[in-house]
Design a protein around this ligand. Structure first.
Ligand code: GAR
Length: 208
């Protein structure tokens, strides 16, 4: 039986631990159905670039941010095209990618761009979600993988995982505990996608 492969682009800006978890799961054969893999960073010095190249032998490229978002996205589009990560066969995973994509880009790749965020959305959007959780005094926070829409850290939620907040937690200890779960649910979400088990009905994801 012919199975169409999904070409994957992972967009990063820094350390790339979620990217690494995804690459590791593909390497181990836990996620199947992936064709081309491309790592794109908008920062020259993103640590994840070296990890992708040296540890996984995966192609990387940089598309540096500039003030003109249109020019950034046209350069991004040409990289995606080069590796055939298209609106009908591609999946774009934002993994610590700290740049907002335009509504037209998001529309082009509708329900094909995923993001991971270190909170139970819609709580604590934006930067320093773990500190926001500590300041709010919540006892449970967590992480979310969702499809990207035109908002910041919003869009149909694919998977979430709760993480308790302990009395002695600080930003670092809480972030580390959440990060372990981010890695797990991001891989699971991609697996659901490649297995075509995700259906979006209005703003809700139903697993089929
Ligand atoms: C992760 O904690 C991710 O959830 C967060 O950035 C970190 C990137 O780490 N993303 C956001 O806050 C998006 N709003 P990583 O580079 O090690 O994957």
């Amino acid at each position: 039986m012919f199975v169409e492969l999904i070409n994957l682009a992972i967009l990063i800006s820094g350390r790339g631990s979620n990217m690494k978890a995804i690459l590791e799961s593909i390497k181990r054969g836990e996620v199947e159905g992936i064709g081309n893999i491309l790592i794109i960073s908008n920062k020259q010095d993103a640590l994840g670039l070296e990890i992708a190249e040296k540890e996984y032998g995966v192609t990387t490229t940089t598309v540096l941010s500039d003030k003109n978002n249109e020019s950034f996205e046209s350069r991004l589009n040409s990289e995606l095209k080069k590796y055939d990560v298209g609106p009908h066969n591609g999946l774009i995973c934002l993994a610590g990618f700290m740049k907002i994509l335009s509504p037209s880009f998001v529309e082009l790749y509708k329900h094909r761009i995923m993001n991971v965020h270190p909170s139970l959305l819609p709580s604590f959007k934006g930067l320093h979600a773990q500190t926001q959780a500590l300041s709010a005094g919540v006892k449970i926070t967590g992480c979310t993988v969702h499809f990207v829409d035109n908002g910041v850290d919003s869009g149909p939620i694919i998977l979430q995982y709760p993480v308790p907040v302990y009395n002695n937690d600080d930003e670092l200890s809480l972030s580390e505990r959440i990060l372990v779960k981010e890695h797990e649910i991001y891989v699971r979400a991609i697996k659901l996608f490649t297995q075509k088990q995700i259906l979006v009905v209005e703003n809700r994801v139903v697993q089929i």
